[in-house]
Design a protein around this ligand. Structure first.
Ligand code: ADP
Ligand code: MG
Length: 255
């Protein structure tokens, strides 16, 4: 059965999608079979990995039972992928009955066993789509960027995690907080580290040792349809993401 990792933070622009792409690419490069799933109606993950998300079946079609998951899987240069588009935003209104938290779990039941890892990108919100990710995930990774680091949003994430644990997925684990767009040289770095440690304590988790540094290459990569690891393998963030993947592998006791 696949190990399922979801990237989450209700704030936008913190590096969820960048990290999802790097993780999917990096795990695939280690010879793992990886399925990416985009739960964000903005469709950035599929687009960032080079897919044409407008002329294919999407996760929404799977939720609507138009096609089974297998038929919505596309192949990127690094991994398999079920992409999304703006249609997914109607899920909140369309699916309002019992069991709406299990849309994703049911959708991928047939294909999950084909993969070593499933990497889920989530929208910048804590809505039913996010809950669907938390219901299927084994592990959550919470990317945070220094400029919007705050304890405020953490209480909301914690509440959602606690609710999902209580009702649907008792083993949901918060694997760690990932500092992105990090610049060690600023005066703020020390403050940022302390704040991140505090946030991690609230969530009973750790801050990953490896912090992801800033580079324009990270912003350029999506337009080239490649993760930062493939687009600019010698860049600082690529180096940092490789280190992160090793750290995750150690934490999960995999090779
Ligand atoms: P989210 O999915 O949380 O909204 P993204 O991964 O899309 O965040 O990142 C937001 C923006 O920041 C994007 O333009 C992305 O290219 C850029 N970005 C992400 N990580 C880095 C980084 N390490 N260095 C520079 N820019 C980055
Ligand atoms: Mg995103």
């Amino acid at each position: 059965m696949a190990t399922i990792i979801a990237l989450t933070n209700q704030k936008g622009g913190v590096g969820k999608t960048t990290t999802a792409c790097a993780l999917a690419d990096g795990l695939a490069a280690k010879g793992k079979k990886v399925l990416g799933i985009d739960l964000d109606p903005q469709g950035n993950m599929g687009f960032s990995l080079g897919l044409d998300i407008e002329n294919c079946h999407t996760l929404y079609d799977v939720f609507k039972k138009v096609v089974p998951a297998r038929q919505a899987i596309q192949h990127t240069d690094c991994c398999d992928m079920i992409s999304s588009d703006i249609m997914l935003s109607s899920v909140e209104l369309e699916f309002n009955g019992a069991g709406r938290e299990f849309l994703l779990r049911n959708a991928i039941a047939d294909v999950a066993a084909d993969y070593d890892y499933i990497v889920i990108d989530t929208p910048p919100s804590l809505n039913i789509l996010t809950v669907n990710a938390y219901v299927v995930a084994n592990h959550l990774i919470i990317p945070m960027s220094p400029e919007i680091l705050s304890l405020l949003g953490v209480a909301q994430i914690k509440e959602t995690v606690d609710n999902v644990r209580a009702s649907f997925n008792p083993n949901l684990n918060v694997l760690g907080i990932l500092l992105t767009k990090y610049n060690r040289r600023t005066l703020l770095a020390q403050e940022v580290s302390e704040m991140a440690d505090n946030i991690a304590k609230q969530l009973n988790t750790v801050v990953f040792q490896r912090k992801i540094r800033t580079s324009v290459a990270a912003a350029e990569a999506p337009a080239h349809g490649e993760s930062i690891l493939t687009y600019a393998p010698k860049s600082n963030p690529a180096f940092d993401y490789s280190g992160l993947i090793s750290e995750i592998a150690t934490a999960l006791k995999i090779n």
